[in-house]
Design a binder for this molecule. Structure first.
Ligand code: SAM
Length: 248
């Protein structure tokens, strides 16, 4: 009791929920969720009739205060988002922060996350990844964000809203080398799941070759930048030393 349980829920296929999550949701006094209709449908599917409290990006602070009060009263609270892991490109972090600040316990229940699901089927061999989440929607800010990432050696993990995939791929193609491998993970765990890997130079043509591709949810993975070799570093240092000698 007096614990906030952070519960991951499915990202498409409703059966991708853990036994522990179902058990915990059954025990919860209240389920804090982004959208009571969406979470209500999931709960109904598993025969659960629970009190829900809306906790979305526009009321997260007020919701956090209410939840802290309920936890102090000894209630068990479950926190979910519409899909996947709460607080990962989703609301939840403010609530978790408020609960921790109040000295109360937070227990995470692991489960689906679009980022990790996409990485697992990508075949990109790199133990490091940089979770970018959503790129800025405005083109100038997006360009700046991609510039900063251009030399990142880790695999980039990008979330994209359904209607912006073409803009996203155009921006990636403008910012990075066309030889970089890209993996599109679309509609994961759903009926029209598609996982496609190609060089970035071919990516726009692939997205545009089927109009259905401009719908649906995407995770876009981009192979990291090739790390400069020691030989290149040594050459750069040699030139730098010549220049420094010239300046002194
Ligand atoms: N918290 C979630 C998680 O842990 O995966 C992410 C929520 S975020 C608001 C939604 C974004 O996640 C989508 O725009 C898409 O980039 C990605 N996403 C969620 N479900 C997906 C799916 N079934 N297939 C591909 N991408 C998905």
């Amino acid at each position: 009791t007096a614990t906030l349980y952070v519960v991951a829920t499915p990202i498409g296929n409703a059966t991708d929920i853990t036994l522990r999550a179902l058990h915990l949701l059954a025990l919860a006094d209240v389920v804090a969720c982004e959208d009571t209709r969406k979470t209500g449908a999931l709960l109904t599917r598993y025969g659960l009739n629970k009190q829900m409290l809306a906790a979305h990006q526009h009321n997260e602070r007020e919701a956090a205060d209410k939840l802290v009060a309920r936890l102090r009263a000894g209630e068990r609270v479950a926190l979910v988002s519409d899909a996947g892991t709460p607080a990962v490109s989703d609301p939840g972090a403010r609530i978790v922060d408020a609960v921790r600040e109040a000295g109360l316990r937070v227990i995470p229940l692991p489960g689906a996350s679009a980022a990790v699901t996409a990485l697992s089927a990508s075949g990109l061999v790199n133990d490091r990844f940089n979770f970018v989440g959503f790129l800025p929607a405005k083109s100038k800010q997006r360009e700046a964000a991609l510039m900063e990432l251009a030399r990142e050696p880790a695999t980039l993990v990008i979330y994209e809203a359904p209607h912006r995939i073409v803009d996203c791929v155009e921006a990636l193609a403008a910012a990075f080398e066309p030889t970089r491998q890209v993996v599109f993970a679309r509609e994961l765990t759903k009926l029209f799941e598609e996982i496609h890997r190609c060089p970035l130079g071919d990516a726009l043509a692939w997205v545009k070759s089927d109009q259905h591709r401009e719908r649906g949810e995407f995770v876009v993975l981009v192979e990291g930048a090739t790390v400069e070799t020691d030989a290149q570093d040594a050459e750069a240092e040699r030139i730098l030393n010549i220049l420094l000698a010239e300046c002194s």
